[in-house]
Design a protein around this ligand. Sequence first.
Ligand code: AGP
Length: 615
Amino acid sequence: MCGIVGYVGPRNAVPLLIEGLKRLEYRGYDSAGVAVRQPDGALAVCKRVGRLANLEDALEADPVAGGLGIGHTRWATHGEPSEINSHPHLDCAGDLAVVHNGIIENYLALRADLEAKGHVFRSQTDTEVLPHLIEELLKGGAPNRGAAIRAALQLAKGAYALGIAFRDEPNVLYAARCGSPLIVGVGDGEQFIASDVPAILNRVKQVIYLNDGEVAELRPAGVSVSKLDGTPVRPEIKAVTLKAEAAERAGFETFMLKEIHEQPRVLRTLLGAHVRKDGTVDLGEAEALIAAQAPRLQRILILSCGTAYYAGMYGRLLLERWTGIPCETDLGSEFRYRAPRLPAGTLAIAVSQSGETADTLASVRLAREMGCPVLGICNVPGSTLLRESAAALLTQAGPEIGVASTKAFTAQLMAFALLALRLGRLRGALSAARERELTAELARIPDAIHRALEREDDVRAISQKYYECYNALYLGRRFNYPVALEGALKNKEISYQHAEGYAAGEMKHGPIALINEFLPVICLCTPTADEVRDKMVSNLKEVEARKGRIVAVVAEGDDSLRGLAHDVIPVPETIEELSPLVNVVALQLFAYHNAKLRGADIDKPRNLAKSVTVE
Ligand code: AGP
């Protein structure tokens, strides 16, 4: 979603802001802007709708410069994408500028009150109440700007990450956080703020993760942090461990393609971290929580959104099969509206690439209030989810920049496999010998994915036949039902081809009406011998009878479906429980090449945000 970058120091802020905003482009945005305090004392603001290149062109045509600046990429919530609605927003006098991520929920009441006091609003945004409110509090006698900001934030309800610059205070950059991530980049004689580490990766070696309810004052010489009531806080300064190259494309045409190809390495890393030489699983930081919970667990509840929800569906099947513990999944956006019942002995597992998804976080908070311990399966160390979880199972996939999740998904599946194995052993549902057999099979997955990736040219040739279709149907059963859902989501997200994922057995209850000679039906048909395979073949026959165009993902060497399917994508065979890890890679490539052939902007799909920080 929206991105924030800010700078205070001896250099010209403008190129630093633009560089940082470029590194945040992946989060999704529709307009961008900067405010810079110029040496002549003016607070210059420049905003443009559309890509950052438009803002860069405007700044080149009419340059601004100064050592204090804030920048923003906006993903519209309140008010259409327009120059007026894009950030930064100013107060009436043009004395202060604000960039904001999140939503001020009581903005209508605040706005009405401020308008009654004579403030003139220019935009339709919720954000604009903040500069006017701070202006009003300063007029009303707030002792200093920090105090006015803190007082304003006590009145504003909702979520925010903020960067604030004042015309008359060229050496101070203010920042605040509540519910939306914000970090302070601690430099040598200069300081940064950013909504995400990649924005300032090559600029600082140390960061402070602000906590909810904290306000920071950044001066070139140092950073001070306080709570909303003014109490000083001693911030914890952490080293940046990410390498700058991790946020580069490394020669690939898009981040998404790079991340698809990173999957074997990512899964090897995860296995290396959690499988001992003797083939047993060690959950690392999560071990203590899981070992303590194992004897008393009655139920597992998995909470997540989007792709992470499909990983949760897979996790449910695997946990039930390998541990015998009843398990349910729910969408973060639905869970808290259904009056959930969480009996004692329930463990909540929250799955999220970013660890900042507002709906997932809200459901985690409710589960915690109801007494559940929470295990976070997450890719971002230091994220809000991990800070609010009792323990973490890090997916260690490295920064995922492509908006469409790929490597984070397979890492989530692998994390569930490790968790189910460990819990299965602790509960006595799996023998030591079975654990070793299964970890040996897990160890073969990275190579299997590597081989699936080697088929990319064949997959591209198949996409060539179907990319112009209006619709696509994806079918799978049991462990491959979540894969069908994820394959369809990937396709619609980046290629805008309408795609439906369905449990193959459900097809005859509705979607069969869609089938004709123009509809590609992508069917997950591995492994060759499991109890749902025959049923899957029957479903393929039903598609064939209605002249649907079958694209089957099959096991290498399985020629039995060649007469039935128009196209096959062979992938290495593994056990059914682990087949999603390999099969989904074929679907990622299929979606990717559909999107490319359709001329889509793959790393910046329209309307989407990488990290959905509003509910
Ligand atoms: C994945 O391709 C999507 N862009 C989206 O569904 C995503 O998985 C979802 O928003 C959840 O994000 P999270 O994993 O960061 O919580």
